[in-house]
Design a protein around this ligand. Sequence first.
Ligand SMILES: C[S@@+](CC[C@H](N)C(=O)[O-])C[C@H]1O[C@@H](n2cnc3c(N)ncnc32)[C@H](O)[C@@H]1O
Length: 332
Amino acid sequence: MGFAVPRDGVGYLAPEGFLPELLRELGPVERVLGRLALCSAPPAQHMDDHPATAFPATVFPAWAQNIWHDLRVIPFTSIAQAATALKGLGPRWALYDEHLPRRGRARLIQQRLRGPSSRPLVFGDPLPKLPLGSWTLLDDSTLLASPRCSSPFVHGEALFAEDKTGPPSRAYLKLWEVFTLLDQRPDPGQLCLDLGSSPGGWTWVLHKLGALVISVDKAPLDPRLAGLPGIIFRPESAFAQAPQAFGPVDWLFSDVVCYPERLLALVRRWLEAGTVRNMVCTIKFQGETDFQVVDQFRSIPHSRLLHLAHNKHELTWIWRKNSGDRIQDLFS
Ligand SMILES: C[S@@+](CC[C@H](N)C(=O)[O-])C[C@H]1O[C@@H](n2cnc3c(N)ncnc32)[C@H](O)[C@@H]1O
């Protein structure tokens, strides 16, 4: 086995293609299995050293799509014994086996467990109440298990029953994922500003929720959305929108394609104005990941950086004025 994880060790699962980003955030780790990085120290130990408003990358790495808490290393001699051990730790289990050269044994164990639902989630339906643990094999007679994972989805992959006809782009899935993880969404009648909105996937989601949407893009909005009651389209630059011109804004969204520093400046302008209550912004990287800007976003109080399952080479930054530090507890 050659690997000792303390009972409260932590595993961080990178999104596919982003293990280098995750390892850069984590620093030295004990071991890497596929795209799962194993660390011996629990986040809480790091947290004591830091003020609540500036959590370090190692506590909530942005590039971890799922966090495996309370790691257990369990030796076993039979498939039945392994399954019994897992059942004793939690009710539902997802097998992570990408890194295994032979997967047969692991799959025989998984067959004896209650697994995740294979049905995609319908947006708006509640998440399953039973916790979903994750496990894998370290070798043929040792399993590694986490009964408590940060994501309610298998390996952090949010799987929705898609709407193939309504939204004009697949970007709507990012907002469905954010609202599902937050368990919060704009209420009917709330004012939403959607920057970089075309062709209109996000505007479509917000309009469906009954929000009032000011949709801003230099490119046109899909004709099916343009002109609908409750949607005002402005064919302008996102960066030309002065906060003072709007009054209170319940939610500000940005999916603008721009350099991350430009988005950071925009966000700071809105924070200084103090007129917005919630922000959800996609940070889009061109070429190399800009870790310096990532850290600047991370250090903004009451915010959280995530790599959503539907993000590409992007991160999603979420800020909530009235969240206190609870936003840090979300998805952790
Ligand atoms: C990824 S797309 C947005 C997709 C959109 N959220 C959706 O759900 O369909 C990025 C958008 O940013 C817009 N954009 C780029 N620069 C902009 C600017 N300065 N002001 C406003 N929009 C801009 C582009 O025109 C493009 O429509």
